[in-house]
Design a protein around this ligand. Structure first.
Ligand SMILES: Cc1ncc(COP(=O)(O)O)c(C=O)c1O
Length: 393
């Protein structure tokens, strides 16, 4: 029997997220590595799920998603961005944003095609592109400098990538792992290049409700000329602190939804009916019950606490405009190998973080940073803070 894995998965191995979570468990570490909340999701959302199960909404959902969730997503988009969305043809529900990303790659990329990703990149983009037989074209986000207040990209480097004739560009704002929120000027530049070179944009906006200070989240799809060529992905996981539900969706023109569904119908076909109903209820109620404002202020408190802890133990942090991650510069403590640092931090100090190099195709190109997740109870962050005090010595 030839038990070799197929070439499309043979190079993947175990991810650093799995490795660090296992290490954290083994050493009883406070896990600020993998990005998920350690606190409960809101009661009104959990109750909606329980009610949907009790009401026997437990059979297969329609392939494109339940009407209630698609209507809620369409109404929310119309309310937030002033565009009327046809919930039947312009919204598709998937098993988390993760499935939508995979569907997009399978449905839009042929072997030999190219797709741009900004690096550091959320870890699913490159494997999805690779599994479709296509080639990722990385464009670097550079860390902040004296003249650049946040992570930035070079317009010429981006143009050079477009000149390689990609079919897609993956853009993530607010951005994991950097916490960057793309500015209007940056999005206009991307939009101009997409239109000049006939490129489709896949915009991952799962952290759209987690934006701090003066930063404003702007969907690429709302820029002139972009609706027709952009698929915007989102999910309930981060916004409603229920990452285990895996209910996501894509919003965009009918032709892109039709294409995505061609993959979706054979990947999962449909996703959990009662959780879709609850996601619909969550979105319907959140706009009016103050949930989003509360979420933002709670996350601001968590962010401020963790930033203070890291700075206090001699780890300079990079600015965060959105998401629930903060990066620290480990070179200030004399470390340059971020993987070795994160392993050491987990096993010796009992705090798990993720090395930034995990988000690069070529880890050697990564700056010496560690990513910490602040989607945690204040007491969890304080417990991590106590352990990190040893860094001061
Ligand atoms: C940028 C980004 N996109 C997508 C996802 C996955 O979203 P979901 O849980 O809805 O599949 C994550 C989860 O960490 C993420 O950080």
């Amino acid at each position: 029997m030839n038990g070799l894995p197929a070439r499309r998965v043979a190079g993947f191995g175990t991810t650093i997220f799995t490795e660090m979570s296992a290490l954290a468990l083994q050493h009883g570490a406070v896990n600020l590595g993998q990005g998920f909340p350690d606190f409960a999701g809101p009661a009104f959302v959990k109750e909606a799920a329980a009610a949907a199960i009790a009401a026997d909404l437990n059979q297969y959902a329609p392939m494109p998603g339940t009407p209630r969730l698609r209507r809620a997503v369409a109404a929310q988009w119309e309310h937030d961005y002033g565009r009327t969305i046809d919930w039947q043809s312009e919204v598709s529900v998937t098993s988390g944003a993760t499935e939508a990303l995979c569907d997009v790659a399978l449905a839009l990329l042929d072997p030999g095609d190219r797709a741009i990703v900004f690096e550091p990149a959320y870890d699913a983009y490159v494997p999805d592109i690779t599994m479709a037989g296509a080639t990722p074209l990385p464009v670097q986000l550079h860390p902040p400098t004296q003249s650049q207040a946040n992570w930035w990209f070079d317009a010429d480097e981006l143009r050079a990538a477009f000149e390689q004739r990609p079919k897609l560009i993956f853009l993530n704002t607010p951005h994991n792992p950097t916490g960057k929120v793309y500015t209007r000027a940056e999005l206009e530049l991307v939009a101009g290049l997409c239109q000049e070179f006939g490129v489709i944009a896949i915009c991952d906006e799962v952290y759209d409700r987690l934006v701090y200070g003066n930063a404003v989240h702007l969907p690429l799809a709302t820029l002139p000329g972009m609706w027709e060529r952009t698929l915007t992905l989102n999910s309930v996981g981060k916004t409603f602190s229920v990452t285990g539900w895996k209910i996501g969706w894509a919003v965009g023109p009918a032709w892109l939804n039709t294409t995505l569904r061609q993959a979706h119908q054979w990947v999962t076909f449909a996703t959990a009916t009662p959780l879709q109903e609850a996601a619909g209820a969550a979105i319907e109620q959140a706009a009016g019950n103050g949930y989003y404002a509360g979420l933002q202020s709670e996350y601001t408190e968590r962010y401020t606490l963790l930033r203070g802890i890291l700075e206090g133990v001699g780890l300079p942090t990079l600015p965060v405009e959105g998401s629930y991650f903060i990066s620290a510069d480990i070179s200030a403590l004399g470390y340059h190998d971020d993987r070795a640092f994160c392993r050491w931090l987990t096993t010796e100090l009992g705090v798990a973080a993720i090395p930034t190099s995990a988000f690069y195709m070529n880890p050697a190109a990564a700056p010496p940073f560690a990513r910490f997740c602040f989607a945690k109870k204040l007491e969890t962050l304080q417990a991590a803070g106590e352990r990190l005090q040893r860094l001061r010595r």
